[in-house]
Design a protein around this ligand. Structure first.
Ligand SMILES: Nc1ncnc2c1ncn2[C@@H]1O[C@H](COP(=O)(O)OP(=O)(O)OP(=O)(O)O)[C@@H](O)[C@H]1O
Length: 352
């Protein structure tokens, strides 16, 4: 559960991750894919922040940049007091145990030529300096923690089911007692029948070990189940961050509203009233995002100001941050009154 009385464990400020585009014979730098474009958010100790959005909106890039598996283009990433974005390679190596990743495809992320014991023990070799007896004891402890039978320690990944392979990946991520784990679509490659077991395991480990998660997923129902708060991304930026119940009950950003309109309601009386919002048009290229609000080309509630001024992520209600001129008409005023009347009217309707 989230502890807001302390400083956040993870603080991200103005993070940008651009991938350069090179073209022509001379491989000239002709532009950038703006996969993550100036985002800021916090994750509190012990909480799960869900990260959702359509395919290609930048979710995995955020996760990888946070752990510095990618070199961020700009921004600060503070994890447990250190600015990860500016650590030297040696300092980053010492920091690695604190922050780990569970990957989507356990099949691809486990070396098929290593036994389970070798896979789980690999991080211990580099960081722990344990004797071989202590190392084996730790490997068994980790296998117990994720529900893998110790008798299978010398088997290879192909001998396991998808769910068991993901347990091996989780055990490896836990080997060095991390505080923060990025779970990047950890259940997407698993059979539906196994998904809940792996999510329950992650929740159980979080309770027992006090872990903090960034949970990246396109499964909005699963995110509703596991997350404390949810960040909704669109085209490299955050549209809204809100506590999970408030967001699913009443999303404030029009993109969040459209995205969540696809989620079935558990309550049958509300499911009957659910209206799906189908967005028109394609997602623009992250190499050439639109001027103003990046959602303006598809937003059903677009106003003239949205095509001119980029909205900032600001507090819209207690604990809710939204980047939208409809919610924050003050930004419309900055653009010389354009669209302000419409914005105020909408805010009154929304009651924020
Ligand atoms: N290594 C890379 N080089 C160039 N472009 C990249 C690279 N990695 C990601 N991108 C681009 O950055 C954008 C964001 O990709 P990312 O994988 O982070 O999105 P995502 O939301 O995680 O998508 P998905 O849900 O499909 O995994 C996409 O346009 C993608 O093509």
């Amino acid at each position: 559960m989230r502890d807001t009385t302390t400083r956040p464990l993870v603080e991200v400020r103005n993070l940008k991750m651009y991938f350069p585009i090179h073209s022509g014979l001379m491989r000239k730098h002709t532009g950038d894919v703006k996969a993550v474009d100036d985002i800021s958010f916090d994750i509190y100790e012990g909480e799960t922040l869900g990260l959702v959005g359509e395919s290609g909106c930048g979710k995995s890039t955020v996760g990888r940049a946070l752990l510095r598996l990618y070199e961020p283009t700009a921004g600060q990433i503070t994890i447990a007091g250190d600015d990860v974005a500016s650590l030297s390679p040696e300092a980053l190596r010492r920091k690695r145990p604190t922050m780990q990743m569970v990957f989507q495809d356990p099949q691809a992320s486990l070396n098929p030529r290593m036994t389970v014991a070798d896979i789980i023990g690999e991080p211990l070799d580099e960081h722990s300096g344990l004797s071989s007896a202590d190392k084996l004891a730790r490997i068994y402890e980790l296998m117990d923690a994720v529900g893998l039978n110790r008798a299978f320690a010398n088997r290879y990944p192909h001998a396991f089911s998808g769910g068991q392979r993901q347990r091996i990946g989780i055990a490896r991520a836990l080997a060095l007692n991390p505080k923060f784990i990025v779970c990047d679509e950890p259940i997407a490659a698993l059979d539906v029948s196994i998904q809940a077991q792996v999510v329950n395991l992650l929740e159980d480990l979080q309770d027992r070990l006090g872990l903090t998660y960034l949970f990246i997923s396109h499964d909005l129902s699963m995110v509703r189940h596991i997350a404390d708060r949810v960040a909704v991304m669109y085209l490299g930026q955050i549209a809204e961050i809100s506590p999970v119940d408030a967001l699913y009950a009443r999303p404030l950003h029009p993109y969040a509203e459209a995205l969540l309109s696809a989620v079935p309601e558990p309550d049958p009386s509300r499911e009957g009233a659910r209206q799906r919002i189908i967005l028109k048009g394609d997602v623009p290229s992250p190499a050439n995002p639109p001027k103003g609000c990046n959602f303006c080309t598809r937003c059903p509630k677009v106003m003239p100001v949205c095509r001119e001024v980029e909205p900032r992520l600001q507090e819209a209600a207690p604990d809710r941050l939204v980047a939208c001129h409809l919610i924050h008409p003050i930004d419309a005023a900055r653009a010389g009154q354009t669209g302000q009347a419409g914005a105020q009217e909408h805010s009154q309707q929304q009651g924020v």
